[in-house]
Design a protein around this ligand. Structure first.
Ligand SMILES: [Zn+2]
Ligand SMILES: [Zn+2]
Length: 345
């Protein structure tokens, strides 16, 4: 198969020929039809993730067609249109048994623990646990983000923050994760405030449903949120993964506000200072989100297909496999506008 593989951290990703993956006893091989380029791929490429060892094929947010299944797989057929959560579970451990497959004790992440979806084919373990059938109305490119950024934002706002209609939501960062949150927050009936240090990203956020936008390169975003809301935001989401934005998001919350940390903090940023005095004084809730369990997909797909969300509007660019390296470099500088999706293999 053709795959974009890096030989060294921060090195180029030439498209090379690699052996096709095998499904094993209970896994699947999916022919990748679309795969997003996510900031987590950038972390893998930079060497921030200790599970990644070159040579390596990144990619974890994909949609495609099942081409091979292990002999123990019962619930799926070749030819099915599918996606899978980036955080695949084993289906047997205590976390999986309690419905939290995304917190599996034997977690497998394509593109981190093994070769990813910047390739013609990708391996998905434990297919009966992890494969998610896609509704016909969703294109592969639209569905790709459902494996990572869109589903993470859905889990953050619906399951963790329990965002309610009329509440104020401050979204820090308008990359793929943040824009997904803006769209979901608006669909839930929240008053969404979108914040970014790059003002060129704000019009898209407004277009996707943000009532207010804040250019954090010119103004202190915490002050700006308080000015707009008077009582502070009720829910905040850090979609950047940066010590500054994580703390600012928490500080923008009013009394009894809920903060969800979705952006990854890795390497030297893994232990950021937190404004715990404000957490105490305003009785804030700070919670993390690590993707979403496969078992929550019916709720997510129902939410999307009820016609409330046009996920395709999140897509900024469709690119080829050979463009993966350049796209990862751009990711370091937060240069993307919307989601960049590889659709040519
Ligand atoms: Zn991702
Ligand atoms: Zn498990």
């Amino acid at each position: 198969m053709r795959a974009a593989q890096f030989q060294a951290f921060e090195g180029p990703l030439p498209v090379t020929q690699l052996p096709d993956p095998e499904p094993g006893d209970d896994g699947a091989v999916v022919e990748v039809r679309a795969t997003g380029v996510c900031r987590s791929d950038w972390h893998a490429w930079m060497g921030h993730d200790p599970t990644v060892h070159p040579p390596h094929v990144p990619g974890h947010e994909f949609a495609g067609e099942v081409v091979a299944l292990g002999k123990e797989v019962r619930g799926h057929q070749p030819g099915e249109r599918v996606t899978a959560p980036f955080c695949c579970g084993c289906g047997r451990c205590e976390a999986c048994a309690s419905g939290h497959q995304n917190l599996c004790h034997h977690e497998y992440q394509p593109g981190f623990d093994g070769p990813g979806s910047f390739a013609e084919y990708v391996f998905v373990p434990h297919a009966d646990v992890n494969l998610v059938r896609l509704p016909e109305v969703l294109g592969f490119d639209e569905a790709a983000s459902l494996g990572c950024r869109f589903m993470t934002s859905f889990a953050a706002l619906v399951d963790k923050a329990r965002l309610a209609p009329g509440e104020t939501l401050a979204v820090f960062g308008c990359g793929g994760l943040g824009l997904s949150a803006v769209m979901i927050g608006a669909a839930l009936g929240a008053e969404v405030i979108a914040i970014d240090v790059d003002p060129s990203k704000l019009p898209r956020a407004a277009d996707l449903g943000a009532r207010q936008v804040i250019d954090a390169s010119r103004t202190d975003p915490v002050e700006a949120v308080w000015n707009l809301t008077r009582a502070g935001a009720q829910v905040s989401l850090d979609a950047v993964g940066d010590p500054g934005s994580a703390a600012a998001a928490v500080r923008s919350l009013g009394r009894r506000g809920r903060h969800v940390q979705a952006g990854l903090l890795l390497g030297g940023q893994a232990h950021p200072p937190m404004p715990m005095l404000e957490v105490i004084k305003r009785e804030l809730t700070v919670v993390g989100v690590h993707g979403m369990a496969a078992s929550r997909y019916p709720a997510l797909l129902a939410f999307v297909t009820a016609g409330r969300l046009d996920v395709g509007r999140l897509i900024g660019r469709r690119i080829g496999l050979e463009d993966a390296g350049a796209e990862l470099s751009a990711m370091g500088a937060f240069a993307q506008q919307g989601l960049s999706i590889i659709t040519r293999f």
